[in-house]
Design a protein around this ligand. Structure first.
Ligand SMILES: [Fe+2]
Length: 305
């Protein structure tokens, strides 16, 4: 069963273990997130030349719009201040800065009414991040930059947390993906042709849960949750940021959500940065997660972020 737990008083250890069991956490008030939201709004509003990012889709040609996002998103991801904000957020929420590692924050835009749903603004079909080489202990933090509503957020499909489905992840290797596909995302405006794990059997999207955290808040969930982008019919572009987190103790112990259907190879472990000093996980800690990776792909296991 999946519970949504709002503003808990529990420790990070207790929160992680509940997340591995399928619960979803919502934190509604965070000065550190407020500061990150203000920083992000400043950058994206600049990128759109002063246009309102929630409505810029109605004023711009779709190609021009994709170009703005195509150049803005990498700038945001690699902005040194973004990493400082993540450290503040995680420490404020009780994470141990010596044992907690994060991946750089991704800015997501979900345009309304199918304006742009591929490439740089990819609309996510139902998936688990663990189909894409995320480890079973990965936790996702997701926060809105402008107000969100049930018709433009992320949906969870909790019946599948403990139930596997056919998904094609056995054809996915993170290193091959890095080698082949990432560079072309920015140029994909029409149909997205990349082979990605996705449900390969009919699934029931209901029951579903759509948490709606306030601006200045966040939701946290296991990367093993089946989740999808809600088709945006709100009339506004949804702008959100998410980032992935692992706890080194859980990585070393192999402790996380139960793997019901993720059969990919490779691991995203090299992407995470320690909260305290941005050091990577040591090679010997990552090595067990590379079991089964063909030798010819290991050479692409680079520290990519
Ligand atoms: Fe995801």
């Amino acid at each position: 069963m999946t519970s949504v737990i709002v503003d808990p008083t529990c420790t990070d250890d207790e929160r992680r273990h509940a997340l591995y069991d399928g619960d979803i956490f919502v934190h509604t008030h965070s000065p550190a997130i407020q500061a990150f939201v203000a920083f992000t709004r400043g950058l994206i509003e600049d990128a759109f030349g002063g246009r309102d990012p929630e409505t810029a889709q109605y004023e711009m040609d779709v190609k021009e719009y994709a170009e703005v996002l195509g150049s803005f998103k990498p700038t945001f991801i690699h902005h040194p201040e973004s990493k400082v904000h993540l450290r503040e957020i995680l420490v404020e929420h009780g994470c141990d800065p010596e044992l907690t590692y994060f991946d750089v924050p991704r800015l997501r835009t979900s345009t309304s009414d199918n304006y742009l749903t591929t490439g740089i603004a990819y609309a996510f079909h139902p998936h688990r991040d663990t189909w894409y080489s995320a480890p079973m202990m990965q936790l996702n933090w997701w926060l809105p930059i402008y107000d969100v509503s049930p018709d433009n957020v992320v949906a969870f499909h909790p019946d599948y947390f403990a139930k596997g489905i056919a998904n094609g992840s056995e054809r996915y290797n993170y290193y091959a993906w890095n080698r082949d596909s990432r560079a072309i995302a920015a140029s994909q405006i029409g149909e997205d042709t990349r082979d990605q794990p996705k449900p390969e059997e009919p699934i029931a999207l209901d029951p579903q849960i759509r948490p709606v955290p306030p601006v200045g808040g966040t939701m946290v969930f296991s990367g093993a949750q089946l989740h999808s982008s809600v088709p945006n019919t709100s009339g506004r572009t949804r702008v959100s940021v998410d980032f992935r987190v692992v706890h080194r103790g859980d990585v070393e112990a192999g402790r996380g959500a139960v793997n019901v259907d993720s059969h990919c190879t490779g691991t995203t472990m090299r992407d995470y940065l320690r909260v305290s000093d941005q050091e990577r996980l040591p090679a010997e800690v990552i090595a067990p997660y590379d079991v089964g990776v063909p030798d010819e792909l290991l050479q692409y296991a680079i520290y990519s972020s």
